[in-house]
Write a protein that binds this ligand. Structure first.
Ligand SMILES: CC(C)(COP(=O)(O)OP(=O)(O)OC[C@H]1O[C@@H](n2cnc3c(N)ncnc32)[C@H](O)[C@@H]1OP(=O)(O)O)[C@@H](O)C(=O)NCCC(=O)NCCS
Length: 142
């Protein structure tokens, strides 16, 4: 497969990201949510086409992965891994995220990077009252 490149997301690329969002989630983010968080988003490109994105919020020593998706056609080709690898380069010791209990694909991705489940938020998602798993990855001191 062609090379996957990762770069910071710019406003002109938002329509592509929103299209992936709408294909990926039953309760998608509104465009305003992306605009508000734009500086914290990276996108993945293959042959200049946007194929995925990840958003991360950094507060001091901690980073929170706030959102991520890959275009359905480009899934299972290593795009998610590449996005998460970029995100974990941030200068933070602890990375935290929430994931739906039923989202085994995402949980497997996170586990493969060393994220561990630390707790559950009961009925966290409003659309179907699904629980959220809280997963954490802590970088080992070098
Ligand atoms: C989760 C998601 C981002 C993964 O992206 P991806 O580009 O397909 O992931 P990768 O190809 O890099 O896969 C990395 C690993 O994740 C796991 N994985 C990915 N998709 C999987 C699936 N459908 N079933 C089981 N494990 C899966 C595997 O461990 C995989 O490694 P492998 O292919 O060597 O077995 C993608 O499925 C997606 O966009 N899902 C919908 C949106 C979503 O759930 N976002 C996360 C919200 S918390």
């Amino acid at each position: 497969m062609s090379e996957i490149s990762i770069k910071l997301l710019s406003e002109k690329e938002l329509p592509d990201v929103i299209a992936i969002e709408n294909l990926s989630f039953s309760s998608p983010w509104k465009p305003e949510q992306f605009i508000k968080n734009l500086p914290q988003f990276y996108c993945a490109k293959i042959e200049n086409k946007i194929v995925g994105f990840i958003g991360v919020e950094k507060v001091q020593d901690e980073a929170r992965v706030i959102h991520m998706a890959v275009h359905p056609i480009y899934r299972r080709k290593g795009v998610g891994k590449k996005l998460l690898t970029e995100c974990l380069k941030l200068k933070a010791n602890k990375f935290i995220l929430e994931v739906r209990e039923s989202n085994i694909a995402a949980q497997n991705l996170y586990k493969s990077f060393g994220f561990n489940k630390v707790s559950t938020r009961k009925e966290y998602y409003n659309d179907n009252n699904e629980d959220a798993l809280i997963m954490i990855y802590e970088k080992k001191p070098s």
